[in-house]
Design a protein around this ligand. Sequence first.
Ligand SMILES: Nc1ncnc2c1ncn2[C@@H]1O[C@H](COP(=O)(O)OP(=O)(O)O)[C@@H](O)[C@H]1O
Ligand SMILES: [Mg+2]
Length: 413
Amino acid sequence: MTEAPGLLSILVRPGHPDFLDLPWDVELAAWPGATDRSIELQRGLSRHEVQFVSYGGACVYAVKELPEGLAEREYGALLEIQARSLPSVEAVGHALAARPDGVRVSLLLTRYLEASHPYRVLFQNPGLERYQERLLDAMAGLLVRLHLAGVYWGDCSLSNVLFRRDAGQLGAYLVDAETSELRETLTDGQRRQDLMIMEDNVGGDLLDISMVTKLPDALRPEDFGANIRRRYESLWAEVNREVVVGVDERWRIHERVRALNALGFSIQEIKLVATGDRDKLVMRTVVTDRDYHRHRLHDLTGLVAQEAQAELMLNEIEELKARLSHKGRRDIPTSAAAFRWLTDSWEPAQRRLGPRVKTEADASELYCQVLEHKWFLSEEARTDVGLEAALDGYLARFPSRKGKKGKGPGGNG
Ligand SMILES: Nc1ncnc2c1ncn2[C@@H]1O[C@H](COP(=O)(O)OP(=O)(O)O)[C@@H](O)[C@H]1O
Ligand SMILES: [Mg+2]
């Protein structure tokens, strides 16, 4: 059927090579001597054989050999994890191969996560003490994200995570989804179970590494997993905290959104629920992960913006949606709120900013600066000053100069 010896079937997502030139009839461990595509890269400990192959430039892939049937399952789990916008390696495909001795194996193809490091490499670097805090936070943050999205991991460990330095932060990415289960939401029991497994595994990981490297004295292996758990628990509580706001305290909704943004979480949805008290609302937020906003904003409004700008604008749309829903006593679809936002906020603002906007990029940047200014004024006044007042204030404070773009400072100090 295929021209590749040993290859029984292969499925590859669009945009990748067909992989037909790989030595499928050779066991994976022997690929380095069997194909020029094989390259050596750092990797963590694993149960299964993993090799890397290069198709030039940034096109590097990881191949993992598993018993028949398992690659397909893990591929499916990774796709679903990706669909939920969670940080993980990217599923590319899976294959079924037969070895000369007749044994059938399945192989999982993922895209090599650029610039990532297995924990062993981080732990063997002299700078570990500096990283330790961030590493603990990154692990806790990853688990919170997965759990919020309904992913039970079943095998969280340092070995099953890749770490990447992202804009001064340390990001953690799920690499091994073999045991994961995807649900709508997780029960507290499932979360507890996952944390227990994490603590066990992390203890084992540290024992492993302590055999080959002297760990810094300040790093207490026996406490490491428990430390991640504590961070997980406070992050979980913070993210799920309900906040009571007065009906005229819209700026406080925004304050909460910004606090969550600062923790690295983005807001997908805000729900305002009336309390028994007529003047109070309970705010609940649904958080999501980075990178989600640009696409979402574009889907809803057709606007093209940077991720951070899109996040601000979507926050506004969600705030508007929550307000309209509360006022009309029924759920307003986000698309309807987005339309209202375009006609009531975005377009009037663009008309007033008009001459300063030279490119499409200016439009969202300036709009976001006006938003920043609005929040600054609102927090100062402890009431929502509204867009008109913010535009007045912004245009007066940052008059446009001839020949220069009317750029205000990023913040509002
Ligand atoms: N897409 C990838 N990018 C970078 N490294 C990878 C990738 N896939 C696997 N690895 C490396 O291979 C190691 C083992 O992969 P893993 O999926 O955990 O295998 P196992 O199921 O055998 O535990 C990981 O710790 C990681 O270092
Ligand atoms: Mg693993």
